[in-house]
Design a protein around this ligand. Sequence first.
Ligand code: SAH
Length: 210
Amino acid sequence: MTSQGTRDRLVWRLREHGIEDERVLKAIATTPRHEFVDEALSSRAYEDTALPIGLGQTISQPWVVAKMTEAVLDGGKPEKVLEVGTGSGYQAAILACLVPKVFTVERIEELLKLARRRFHKLGLHNIYTRYADGHLGWPSQAPFDAIIVTAAATHVPTELIEQLRVGGVLVAPVERGGMQRLLAIRRTEEGVDERDLGGVIFVPMLSGLT
Ligand code: SAH
């Protein structure tokens, strides 16, 4: 149930659904998603669906993880990426296969502790974690080449755009007209360039710590 074969089938499915970046597909093929969910759900870990991780949160659907990671890698070789919403740690683990340094911020301490344990177990030493409200980003580590937000914001978080270097991209689900749209927002010399990558469903981005 958790073998290479089941992971390869997931990759095949993602390919069929339009994921093209071979680097992303390889990261998904080599990352054990079953390590990021409760043991009782491990037989479902390679289905292309979001799954509960406790405390009302979910591990994102693999297709969404792949799509967001493609957008992060688009047009460059990012060195430093910030993720807001560590959750299970799976998205950070995928990024860690592809970029030298991953910074990830989570507001629920219990989830962050579990994620840190997983990073340690899998030997992912290029992930730096922080217990904080991600609305504020990680100012002391800025600027980032890319920022990925894995919870839905009510508006484009401008505080985070300020922590992007010029040419960098922010990938985030944002509420628009009662729906969530996945946006890729590139910071330019003049302002920003926005691309809509489609409709998505994420848990909401909340304020404060718990
Ligand atoms: N990237 C995660 C997805 C987790 S779901 C994964 O791969 O599993 C979204 C996560 O965002 C939740 O863990 C939630 O607690 C967190 N979150 C929501 N608002 C946040 C905020 N303001 N700052 C940091 N994390 C936040």
